[in-house]
Every structure is written in C-alpha cells, then in structure tokens.
Design a protein. Sequence first.
Length: 257
Amino acid sequence: MSVSAQTTPYPLLPLLGRGLAAGGLAGLASGLFSLVLAEPLMDRAIRLEEQRSATEAAGHAGHAHSHAGEAEELFSRGTQHLGLLVTAVVAGLAIGVFFTVAYALVHRAAPPGDGRGWQRSMGVAGAGLLALSLLPALRYPANPPGVGDGGTVTERQALWLAALVIGVLGMVLAHQVHLRLGRSGRGLPVRQSAAAAAVVATLAALFLLPDNPDAVPVPATLLWDFRVLSLGAHLVLWGVLGALFAAPLPRRRPGSV
C-alpha cells in the first residue's frame, strides 16, 4: 500500500452519517433496556419518595395530597416511558456525533480498508464508556428519580459536568501516553501499563471533587439494583454503538495490496 493511502484521513461526513445512525439505534436499544428492566425499579423508587414526602408533610397532608394529585395528572407513566425512549434516542444521536469525531481524530491516519475497523470502533467505544459512563459513575453513582433536593440541582449538574470533563481528559491522556511510548519504541506491556496508570490517576482526580450534596433515602437493595441497571444501560449504549459503527466499515478484499 502506498504512503499516501496510509496517511489519507477518514472523510468526516460519511462517518458522521454512520455515527448518527449507529448512535440513534444504540440510544433506542439502551432506552428499551431501561424501559424493560429499570422502569419497575423507578416506579418503586417513586412510590417510596411519595411516601416519604407524605410523611414529612403530615402536618398539612391535605394540601400536599392535592398538589401530588396535580403532579400525577400532569404526565402519566406511559408518557414518561415514551419520553424515556425519545430522550435515549436523542442522547444516542449526540453521543454518535461525539463518537464519530473521536474516531476520526484517533484513527485519522489509519487505512480504512485494512480489516481492523471492528477493533478500532470497539476501542473508541470502550474509551467512551470509561470516560463518559464508568469513571464518572464511580464518583457520582446514578440515583433513582425523586432523590435529591431541588435546591442543589445546579450544584449536582456542575459536579457531573466536571466529572465528564475529567473523564474525557483522562482518556486523552491515556491515549497520548500509549501513543508516545509506542513512538519511542516501548513494548506493548509498558504502553498498556502506562495507559492503565493514567486511567487510575483520572479516577483519583475524580475523587478530589466534592461529594454529592444530597442524602439518598432509598433502601440499599433498590439503590444497588438501580445503579447496576443504569450501568447496564450504558454498556448497551456503547456496545451497540461500537458494533453498528464498525459493521459497514470497508474490508480489504483478498489479494488487494
């Protein structure tokens, strides 16, 4: 293969269309996963939160119940389920764009027809899972709906955004460490160990952030199940995204140079 073929970057627009399609379908798969497995837990968490709120407002129960009834009539659970799917698809589309840009930057000099599209796509998906899902979730695990004081929403959103930024920067650092050590002739064990150390350092940096300001008044078993299923939805999202993005990548024909 010629040098020019090896250094020709991926065309971004065709990749972007593929990333949007893969991201939308991955978001739908993740939403369906949450709808089937996590929504029953959410319903239980909502009931518990309603019971807790009713207990706290026992002194003026009538007023509290009237407002609770209005809130229940505003959006039915069926409407919320549909909203969950729509939100998951929209989030998948956005992540598909992010995935495509990351893929194009990381593999801009890689020959597109060398048969390694699957490894590259799943590698970027794994990095995205670490940066945007797993590492931030280790610092700020997902909580069921209704948990958290409304007055701390802005603070919690800022902390989560900071965790996402640190996660992405950590993956960039790990990639650069692996790449530079490879250019200096270091072996694969050294490169992988150094990249893993960068990931551990990223996790340590995440734990320098302030704690979640709100208590989580949810039974431990319910909370654990919800968080595991939330992580499972992220695994489905990134796994399906990586697999679908890789599926149409061109493969080198037998006998080609």
